[in-house]
Design a protein around this ligand. Structure first.
Ligand code: SAM
Length: 285
């Protein structure tokens, strides 16, 4: 099968199957071999690896993954792409395509069954609206993962790397930095895709930390506090926590924790670093 990274080959497949692009699934297929090669190189996929590809589309990246990995599991939501994938991946015997919404897949179970519970690499080029739940879900559910190499809107990549004091700082930045080391490994202007999206993209590699960078007694509680802070980011930290249905602390407890940390009672959550969120959580514990 000729590489689908060449526009002519992608057009041929689209026409052969009379495929209709679905906006709701964020379908913009990569048509740039340099970007595809760069993703493979940066992800460090080798014949030792099992790769989970989220959203294979017509199989453009999947072909490269099959060539380079030991095993590829590709999860695609759109049933209309399944016959196309059978065709474009027909010459590979190391791939399994699953027709499912990735948010409904029990990835821990999949890794146990397919890779004896050993860490996998994740590669994804996804609609932007599910990027955050997927990344946070993968990390928070403690799926054994070595790295996630993911194509995201340029601004989302920037958001993953920032700290307090910027408008882009949020729950995603904190989750990414708590669990992984983020590094932008490629850029992909809009003309690398068919159809052309309205935004440029970046490929970011998140390499999971061997040891998390801060000491926190209750990780789940810390992320509940972080979510509450950024759900109401213009409110003070104490009001955000008191208003959150998921948290049950009194104003007095919150004020005392802030006092112990030498922070103002009126501080907003968006001003806290990851270390401070961890310390604050430990006081509340
Ligand atoms: N990886 C291909 C490429 O680079 O050419 C396709 C990328 S396209 C931006 C996103 C793909 O994710 C589409 O094929 C879409 O149908 C699929 N997708 C969207 N939402 C999904 C979900 N919740 N679970 C699994 N796949 C999904």
């Amino acid at each position: 099968m000729a590489t689908l990274g060449i526009p002519k080959n992608t057009i041929e497949i689209i026409q052969k199957y009379n495929f209709m692009f679905q906006k709701k699934f964020g379908q913009n297929f990569l048509i740039d071999t340099r970007v595809l090669e760069r993703i493979i190189e940066a992800s460090g996929v080798s014949k030792d690896d099992m790769v989970l590809e989220i959203g294979p589309g017509i199989g453009t990246m999947t072909q490269y993954l099959c060539e380079n990995a030991r095993k590829v599991i590709a999860v695609e939501i759109d049933k209309n792409l399944i016959p196309i994938l059978s065709d474009t991946l027909s010459e590979y015997d190391n791939v399994r395509v699953i027709n499912e919404d990735i948010l409904k897949v029990d990835i821990n179970k999949l890794v146990n069954e397919e890779n004896d519970g050993k860490p996998i690499k994740v590669i994804a080029n996804l609609p932007y609206y599910i990027t955050t739940p997927i990344i946070m879900g993968l990390f928070e559910s403690h799926v054994p993962i070595e790295s996630i190499t993911i194509m995201v809107q340029k601004e989302v990549a920037d958001r993953m790397k920032v700290g307090p004091g910027t408008k882009d700082y949020g729950a995603l930045s904190l989750a990414v930095q708590y669990y992984a080391e983020p590094k932008v490994v490629a850029t992909a202007p809009a003309n690398c895709f068919m159809p052309r999206p309205n935004v440029d993209s970046s490929v970011i590699k998140l390499t999971r930390h061997e040891n998390v960078p801060v000491n926190v007694k209750d990780e789940k509680l810390m992320f509940k506090i972080i979510r509450a802070s950024f759900n109401q980011r213009r409110k003070t930290l104490q009001n955000s926590i008191c208003n959150s249905p998921d948290l049950h602390f009194s104003k007095a407890q919150i004020v005392e924790a802030l006092k112990q940390m030498g922070l103002s009672e009126t501080i907003r959550g968006e001003a806290l670093t990851l270390e401070q969120f961890a310390e604050f959580t430990n006081y509340l514990c």
